[in-house]
Each structure stands twice: as structure tokens, then as C-alpha cells.
Design a protein around this ligand. Structure first.
Ligand code: ADP
Length: 519
């Protein structure tokens, strides 16, 4: 902190009024330093919403004046030769000794947020981030131990000691644990830690014997840290060690404290209820902006929706479906998994495809689901098309061209797709759970209020009925659809709102850790 004294001001000459009093002292406020440790970060590596969050929240925090930096593994396929290389190598303590990482760096696109990549070929030069569909790599605990420990070592190596370290999901769950253990009485010991639950279904559960991989001793294997129902659970350890906890929507924050959605950790979370904050995710409103989106056939905004009709025709053509403006197009984008209720959708298809509708689906995931939708695409090519791949451009084109968007999730920590839908005037049809419950207001036929169609009972017939409800509204009350579309596009889900809540949480965590406010 520096103080520009009157004496210094006088030396500069011009800004001391003649015969007047000296200008007020100018205090330079220290910047809060926050380290993000993540396994995904869009656009460099993404399999789902976690990648979107780690790719865009730091930019919004930076706009608030926070010195935020990100650490990520260097995965295969990244444009590594466009990144700068830090001189030397980073020594990361591992169970077998030391693993060395080269460190590359760049900034998050359209920002000044530094992002460091830990380069270790044996751990990260592989075809998948976590492993092939339905399986994780057997050494994932070791790979992400390396990331978690390496991120902390990097801070010391570049002499940048954060005030808060922010870890995301089980893959970085060891970060808060290390801050309380191996960093004891070390430079990082004063850091507050925030652990964000993006999806509690993934916890990092291993045999008890795997604890040695973390380099932590047997004394940490007890119910107050890693032990959970006879296994080693890294998420549980993070829930115990982190200064504060967050998750990605207020409803999910409540749900995970109940046995239905707590995935066995509801008791642990309920104990920390006062420290658990539900902060709704935002969206990257530059990337998902229909007025400028370069991936879609025509741009549009809520003042002029003509471009949306062009996008719909292009989507119908690309999907090989009849180009009929009067038929509503229903979009589906997401992982083809049990969580997303794709099995329920599969059972509902028979009923839905009897009606004069079109459905386009983009997704990858469980083999059975992929096979089902591939076959359906063949047999019902008049009304249904599936792209079974990961394709960002098609995801944008579906959001822009569809009239409705279906998300029958069993549970949904936040969900980003319904937020993109709202932004693109594509009315979401969602199950009222988690973040879907917090972001979509169900249609009221009497008043025309609402931004989408919400159902609760997760049976194929309930989903089909809700699609039927949207269809009948489309046919019988087109004015209501138009008004809802405008209302949906007006919603503000920018990161700036969420970033302010995160900043408050960081400051609270800092105060909790240090015993005094930041600054
Ligand atoms: P989750 O993180 O549980 O997978 P979210 O709705 O929070 O679900 O985020 C999913 C993100 O991944 C969205 O940005 C969505 O567009 C994207 N996505 C999912 N599947 C695909 C796919 N097959 N192709 C392109 N983008 C996809």
C-alpha cells in the first residue's frame, strides 16, 4: 500500500492548489488475489458446464479488479505452441518422489487473465480428459493429485501467493486439504480456500489404500477427513477442509443436504450448512449472443427476430428435416446420461413423434443412449435427427434455430443450456430441479406469464405431456409464445452478477481464515 503524501504531490507541482489545502491522500487498495485450479477451462478444454465456468468467471472477476489466475493441465490437442514457456521446470512432490512439469502460459481469450498450463505428457497427453465414455482412467487420482499439488507449487515458484484458492469438483478437491496439511507453516498456509461443487455425483472415491498417492499419511484416514463408508473419498476431505463451500445454484445447495440428492454426503453438507453458498452460474454473454454469434445462419435480437426464422430453416436443412416454418422444432443438447434423463426422453419419444413436431439432438455419452438415438434418427428421419458428437457450432445452431429446448434432468446443479436457450428465445421445457428450478418460470396459460414449461414428475408420460403442452400453446396461443420469447431474451444471466457474489464469498472466506477483513 502506498500513500501519495502532500509532500509527493507538491513535488509533482501542479495538483496542489495555490494557497489551498493539499489534495486528500490517495490510497492504492491492494488487489484480492485468487487462484483458480481446474481440470477444464473453455475454450481450451471442456466436457461440460465446469469448463464454461472456469473459462468465464475469472474474466468477470478480473473486471471487478481481482487479480485472478488459472491453472490447468496441458492436454493433448491444445495449441501448446502458441503459448509462452516459463523457463525451467516445476518440481511437484509425488508419492514416488518428484514429478517435473514444464509450465506454459497465455491469457484467457479477450482478457488479461493469466492461465498456466502444467505440462506432463504421461498424465495428460491422452485422447480424453477423464477417460473414455462411462469409464475414468484408472490413474485419475494420481493425475489430479499432480494438478492440485502442482498448482500450489507453481504459486510459490512464481512468487505469487494468492489470498484465496478456488477449487472445482473432486479433481481439485485435494487443494484445500493440502493448504491445511502440507502447507502448514508454509507460504500458502494463510490462503482461504473455496470449494465449488459443480456436480456431487462425481466424488473421487477410491480404495482406502490409495491414500498414499496423495502423499498424506494414514492419520488422515478417518471419518473427519477422507474415510467415508469404508472408502477414501476426496470430496469429503474437501468439504471438511475448505474455508467455505459453494455450489452452482441456490436450489441445488438445498437439495444436496437431503438424502435424495446428497449422494451420501448430505450429512456432511448439512453440518456445514451455514458455510455453503448457492451462487447461480452465469453465461459468457459474448460467446452466447444471438446478435453477433458468428456460428449461426443469421443474427437476431429481441427487437427483430427475423434472423431466428432463418436459423430455423438452416437447422432443418442441416438436420435433413423438411423445411417447414409452421412446425415447432425441439432441441436437445447435452451429455447422454442418466443424470440428464435421456432414458426418460427415449421412452417418451414414441408418444412425442406421433405429433407433427421435429426434434434435433446433439450429444454423446452412454453407449445404449447413443445407439438408441442413432437408430431412431434412421427410422424416424422425417421428424428426428441426432448428431452423436461434441460440436460447439451445432450447439449454437440448435439454440438459435429451435423453438423449444428439452431438459428432463434427474438432477441439475445449475444447467447452462437452459440459460443459452432463454438468451436465444428458445423456450426451455425443463424438469423443476436444481438450477432449472431457479432459472425457468413456468408458463401460466391464464396470464401468459412465464419463460418456459416446467414439470416435476419424471415419467416419460409427464415429459410427453409437457411437450404436448408446449405444442398446443404453439398452435393455439402463438401470441403467448411470442411474448414469452421476448421475456426469455430479456433475462440477465451475465457473469457480472455472479462474480459480485463470488467476490463477497472470497472476502468472507479471507476474513474467516485470517481473522480480519481483506485490505
Ligand atoms: P453439464 O455440465 O452437466 O454437462 P451444463 O448444461 O451445465 O451440463 O453444461 C453443458 C455444456 O456443454 C453446455 O455449454 C453445452 O452446450 C455443452 N455441451 C454438452 N454436450 C455437447 C455436445 N455434444 N456438443 C457441444 N456442446 C455440448
Amino acid at each position: 500500500m502506498t500513500v501519495a503524501s502532500g509532500w509527493q504531490a507538491a513535488a509533482r507541482g501542479s495538483d496542489v492548489p495555490v494557497g489551498g489545502r493539499e489534495p486528500d491522500a490517495v490510497l492504492e487498495m491492494p488487489k484480492l488475489k485468487v487462484l483458480f485450479v481446474g481440470s477444464e477451462c473453455a475454450p481450451f478444454a471442456k466436457t461440460g458446464g465446469l469448463g464454461d465456468v472456469v473459462g468465464s468467471l475469472p474474466k468477470a472477476l478480473h473486471r471487478l479488479g481481482i487479480d485472478v489466475r488459472v491453472v490447468l493441465p496441458l492436454y493433448a490437442g491444445m495449441p501448446w505452441n502458441t503459448f509462452d514457456v516459463l523457463e525451467g521446470s516445476l518440481a511437484v512432490p509425488m508419492w514416488f518422489g518428484v514429478a517435473r512439469a514444464a509450465v506454459r502460459m497465455t491469457t484467457l481469450p479477450h482478457s488479461e487473465v493469466p492461465i498456466y498450463f502444467l505440462e506432463h505428457h504421461r498424465y495428460f497427453d491422452r485422447p480424453f480428459i477423464y477417460g473414455p465414455a462411462e469409464q475414468g482412467y484408472p490413474d485419475n487420482l494420481e493425475r489430479f493429485t499432480f494438478l492440485s499439488r502442482g498448482a500450489l507449487e507453481l504459486c510459490k515458484a512464481v512468487a505469487w501467493i494468492p489470498d484465496v484458492v478456488h477449487a472445482h469438483d473432486w479433481v481439485t478437491a485435494l487443494v484445500p486439504v493440502y493448504i491445511n496439511t502440507v502447507e502448514w507453516a508454509q507460504p500458502l498456509h494463510g490462503c482461504a480456500s473455496i470449494y465449488t461443487i459443480h456436480n456431487l455425483a462425481y466424488q473421487g472415491i477410491n480404495d482406502a489404500g490409495a491414500l498414499f498417492i496423495t502423499c498424506l499419511g494414514r492419520e488422515h484416514y478417518h471419518p473427519g477427513e477422507f474415510e467415508h463408508f469404508g472408502a477414501m473419498n476426496v470430496t469429503k476431505a474437501a468439504l471438511r477442509h475448505s474455508t467455505l463451500l459453494t455450489t452452482v445454484s441456490p436450489t441445488y445447495a438445498k437439495e444436496i443436504q437431503t438424502p435424495t440428492h446428497g449422494c451420501g454426503l448430505d450429512g456432511v453438507l448439512a453440518e456445514r450448512s451455514d458455510d455453503l453458498h448457492g451462487i447461480l452460474n452465469g453465461i459468457d454473454s459474448d460467446d452466447w449472443k444471438p446478435a453477433t454469434d458468428p456460428r449461426i445462419a443469421a443474427n437476431f435480437d429481441r427487437g427483430d427476430l427475423r434472423g431466428k426464422a432463418i436459423c430455423k430453416a438452416a437447422l432443418q436443412r442441416d438436420a435433413g428435416l423438411p423445411e417447414r416454418p409452421e412446425v415447432p422444432v425441439f432441441g436437445v443438447v447435452g451429455r447422454l446420461t442418466y443424470q440428464k434423463g435421456m432414458d426418460v426422453l427415449a421412452y417418451a419419444m414414441d408418444q412425442i413423434l406421433r405429433w407433427d413436431v421435429q426434434i434435433v439432438l446433439l450429444g454423446m455419452g452412454d453407449h445404449d443412449a447413443e445407439r438408441f438415438f442413432a437408430e431412431l434418427s434412421y427410422w424416424r428421419h422425417d421428424r428426428f435427427h441426432a448428431w452423436l458428437k461434441f460440436d460447439d457450432a451445432i450447439a449454437h445452431q440448435i439454440q438459435a434455430g429451435a423453438d423449444f429446448f428439452i431438459m428432463p434432468s434427474r438432477f441439475e446443479p445449475c444447467g447452462l443450456n437452459q440459460l443459452y436457450s432463454l438468451r436465444y428465445g428458445t423456450l426451455p421445457i425443463v424438469r423443476g430441479t436444481g438450477g432449472l428450478n431457479d432459472t425457468v418460470v413456468s408458463y401460466d396459460e391464464a396470464t401468459g406469464e412465464g419463460t418456459g414449461f416446467v414439470f416435476y414428475d419424471l415419467r416419460p408420460s409427464s415429459l410427453a405431456d409437457t411437450v404436448g403442452w408446449a405444442l398446443s400453446t404453439w398452435v393455439d396461443r402463438p401470441k403467448h409464445i411470442e411474448v414469452m420469447r421476448h421475456r426469455a431474451m430479456e433475462q440477465d444471466f451475465s457473469w457480472d452478477r455472479a462474480a459480485k457474489e463470488y467476490e463477497r464469498t472470497y472476502r468472507l472466506a479471507y476474513e474467516r481464515r485470517r481473522g480480519h477483513p481483506f485490505g
